[in-house]
Design a protein around this ligand. Sequence first.
Ligand code: ADP
Ligand code: ZN
Length: 723
Amino acid sequence: MYAEVIVDVAHSDVDKIFDYACDGNICAGMRVAVPFGNGVTTGFVMRVKEKTDVPPAKLKRVLRAEEEFPALTEESLLLAEKIAARYRVPMALTLRLFLPAEMRTGKVSSRRRTFCRLAADLPPIPPRAKQQLALVAFLEENGEADSALLREKFGGALKALEERGAILSEKRRVFRDPYTGSAGEAPSRTLTDGQLLAVQKVHATDKTVSLLHGVTGSGKTEVYLSLIADALKEGKTAIFLVPEISLTPQMLFQLRARFKSKAAILHSGLTAGERFDEWVRLREGEARIAIGARSAIFAPVENVGVIVIDEEHDGSYSSESSPRYNTFDIARLRADYNGCKLVLGSATPSVETYRRAKAGEFELIELPERINARPMPEVHIVDMRREVRRGNPSAFSSLLRERLQKCLGEGNQAILFLNRRGYSQTVICRDCGYVAKCENCDVSLTYHSEEDCLKCHYCGARYKMLSACPQCGGKHIGYVGTGTQRVVTELKKLLPAARILRMDMDTTGGKEGHFRILKEFAEHRADILVGTQMVAKGHDFPQVTLVGILDADMSLHFPDYRSGERTFQLVTQVAGRSGRGGEAGEVVLQTYDPENYILRFAASYDYAGFYAHEIAMREAMSFPPFAKIVRVMVTGDREEETLGALREVYKKLQMLYAAHSEDFLFFNRMHAPIKRIRNKYRYQVLMRLAGGSKVLQEIYAACSASDYKNVLVYVEENPGNLS
Ligand code: ADP
Ligand code: ZN
């Protein structure tokens, strides 16, 4: 027998099949150790066959299988090939997507424990050996127990009994359970008519993809759970993707309560061992629902019955490291392979997805009302220019102050949203205009009041706060722009009795970071939650009746074709946290641009209006989805080398441009908007391709064909972030 092996080395030079001789116990999908070059390396068996063209003298043998079972399923092997071809990356890199990182590094393996029970013929035990008798009684009652537990409870008695031949022991694998403590019972719910209809439509349509467009609070989660339960009933498995599970502990509890150990939850808060075990439980079919962020789309489940992508518009579904895949594309491949349904859900679908649904490619399912016909919260748009003119330069308009007081006075809770952490956006010398900047990155620094230092939000570097201007020596250092820390400081002055929580990247470190804050707020041990976009995600706090959006313009004027769409999504999502319980909610939206159409549509929950306006603009400007923005990034430590690589890439791309100029709506090479991040120089070739263009594959080829020394070259499609 011969095995076709891809070695686990992510380099284009060795990105090909190598044949090895092997025994009959080796099968496709296994990880194996093989001699390679002068050493031994791990490889993946793609296929096993009867014949090889390699002459016997040159043929080497597979040394051993790394696991007894094939780590990669047949489907994984097939998908890996497609992904490698699509994004022009080495196979090894795409195969790795399907394995837990812990497995490859070999640092984690299954945990084994010794279990003890009593021998059938118990030898006599002297009455004075009290501990030994107690242990025997314990096992008589419990049947079996972990040896570690017995040693802890009864000390040396276990060893003594073993020597008497009274104990039978056996080593067995156990799974590390990341969720100690019970999840409680799932509330039994009957689906509303709308929810039931949505479930039926997904089943009935002959389209693979359904878009569930339901307003915030319309009960989308129940629809997903119902579809997942249906898949399990048919003996199938399910994949459920969410943007970031640690941000939605309520969802996690619901899933655990409903599906118990059938659900494997893959999230960043788990230890390496726990993650590995969850993966093994899925691979072996012991768990049948894979729940997690983007990477859970590679979960090793077979016979998939449904795939759900919640909050499908979320930017986290695009990978930002190689291969830069789009989660939807992979989900689509898996749905086709398994012949199952793919369900996308959102209150604010991306313009591209909605267009495909309207065009009939996806089944469009609408849930236009909140559960129990609760009203959508009323949105008040506040013109902040008027506030300034009236002599109120603070972050809180008079309306927001008044509503905050009222909300707290009635014993309710409020959420304040501001998409900037730290104290101020930057510090500036009021005498000469000097702005403090990072030494490693081409960006200004943010003042953090709690640590009294300046931080770079791109590389994390810290600097001492300025006591005087390094340029002119002036002492008038000013803070520009408000961050979450400053909001909390001002809020404490405004409402001294209020209990305030802050949730942003600075307060959510550690394993339980988000969880602790969200729990405290959910238990009403705080009145106001101040935070960045983390507070906008899916939370369901019934006591929140007021949401304040402090600066709606921040994302609006971002130089990016998607800034309008993002702002609409963000405003709708944050606003959607208000009034989810028995009492009606409201929203105060502060802006310097109160006539802005995006904000107007968001304030009236008019997705259709927003979409019609946005899609017309995109078409007129030839922006996605009518064209594709492609960026080739070239980054390196040394400017000369980086520029050298840029020139080379550019030359190849220019040839493509010359040959297919009708496909290019835009073609230019330049500095990236941020010229340096983490001491790496950044250049880009920016292109816009006409819809339906086939040039993309050739662009990938041009960028992957040569290896640039010390310089990284990569392709991004419709990048989420153009900085
Ligand atoms: P969405 O994800 O659409 O914003 P959720 O799934 O969070 O909405 O549901 C909103 C609220 O309605 C939640 O508190 C949920 O528990 C409740 N809910 C959902 N479906 C039902 C139902 N069929 N009966 C009663 N309450 C429901
Ligand atoms: Zn920096």
